[in-house]
Design a protein around this ligand. Structure first.
Ligand code: ATP
Ligand code: MG
Length: 249
C-alpha cells in the first residue's frame, strides 16, 4: 500500500471539514476523489502533502506516519510526491522551461540532465516550441499541461492533481485525462485526481472515493459509482437538487 489514511479529522475556522476520513491507495492505482464544492477535497490533499496537519488521525505513506513528522523530516518524503494545484500555481515571472526545470535546479541536478529531462517532458506534453513563453502567453489548457510537466519531471512516486480539467473545453479536458492516464502507465506513479467531472472519472479512475459529510461515503469502481442507486450518490452524479430552493421558477 502506498498511502493509508486512518480516521483523519480536520476543522478549519469553526467548521469541521473532515470528520474521520479513512482511505487506502494501492501502488500504481489511479484514484479519483470526488465530492461537492466545499466537501474538503483540496483540504484532504493538503493534509496528505503535509502542508497542514490533521487534528487527529494517521496518514501513512508506505511505512511512515507523516502526521508527527517535522517539516524537515517531511521534506525528503514530499520530494517523492508531485502536485498539480487547482489554480496551476505556475511562477508567472519564469518561462515555461524554467517553471518545469525549477524543482530539478533546486535538487542541483547537472544542467545537461535538466535540459534533457525538461525537453523530453515538454515534447511529451505537446509543448515543444513554447519553451520560452511566459505563463501569461499560454492558453488555459497549455498552462495545465505546463503544471503537469512540472509535477511529473521529478519522477514522483505519488502524484496529485486537483481539478485538472476545470475550465477546459471537452477536447482540452479529454487531452488532459488521456495524459494523466498515460503518464500513470508510463511512469507508474500512483495517481490521485480530485475532480467533479464525471467524464474524467470514467476516463481515469480504477477506483472512485466519494467525499461527503466529512467522510468517504462510498469507494468503488467508476461503473458502480456512476450507476449507483443510492440517493446521495445519484444526486451527486446526476446533479440533482435534493431540496429545491425556495422561489425557484
Ligand atoms: N484556510 C482555510 N481556512 C478556513 N476554512 C478553510 C480553509 N481552507 C478551506 N477551508 C474550508 O474548508 C472547506 C473545504 O474546502 P476545500 O477547498 O477542501 O473544498 P473542495 O472540496 O476542494 O471544494 P472545490 O470543489 O470547490 O475546490 C470549505 O468550506 C472551505 O471554506
Ligand atoms: Mg478544491
Amino acid at each position: 500500500m502506498v498511502l493509508r489514511l486512518v480516521e483523519v479529522t480536520k476543522a478549519l475556522g469553526n467548521q469541521r471539514v473532515l470528520e474521520g476520513v479513512s482511505l487506502e491507495v494501492q501502488p500504481h492505482e489511479r484514484l479519483c476523489i470526488v465530492g461537492r464544492s466545499g466537501a474538503g477535497k483540496s483540504v484532504l490533499l493538503r493534509l496528505i502533502l503535509g502542508l497542514i496537519k490533521p487534528d487527529s488521525g494517521e496518514i501513512w505513506y508506505g511505512e511512515t506516519n507523516l502526521v508527527p513528522l517535522s517539516e524537515r523530516a517531511l521534506a525528503p518524503l514530499r520530494s517523492e510526491m508531485g502536485m498539480v494545484f487547482q489554480n496551476g500555481a505556475l511562477f508567472d515571472f519564469m518561462t515555461v522551461e524554467d517553471n518545469v526545470a525549477f524543482v530539478l535546479r533546486e535538487r542541483r541536478l547537472p544542467e545537461s540532465e535538466i535540459h534533457q529531462r525538461v525537453s523530453r517532458i515538454l515534447e511529451r506534453l505537446f509543448l515543444k516550441g513554447h519553451e520560452k513563453k511566459m505563463p501569461a502567453e499560454l492558453s488555459g489548457g497549455m498552462r495545465k499541461r505546463v503544471a503537469l510537466a512540472r509535477a511529473i519531471v521529478s519522477r514522483p512516486k505519488l502524484i496529485f492533481y486537483d481539478e485538472p480539467t476545470a475550465g477546459l473545453d471537452p477536447i482540452g479536458s479529454t487531452e488532459i485525462t488521456d495524459l494523466i492516464r498515460c503518464l500513470n502507465v508510463e511512469f507508474g506513479a500512483t495517481t490521485i485526481v480530485v475532480t467533479h467531472d464525471m467524464r474524467s472519472v470514467e476516463q481515469i479512475a480504477h477506483q472512485v472515493a466519494f467525499l461527503h459529510a466529512g467522510r468517504i461515503y462510498k469507494i468503488c469502481s467508476p461503473e458502480e459509482f456512476l450507476s449507483s442507486k443510492e440517493p446521495v450518490v445519484r444526486a451527486f452524479v446526476h446533479g440533482l437538487v435534493e431540496e429545491p430552493a425556495v422561489g425557484t421558477c
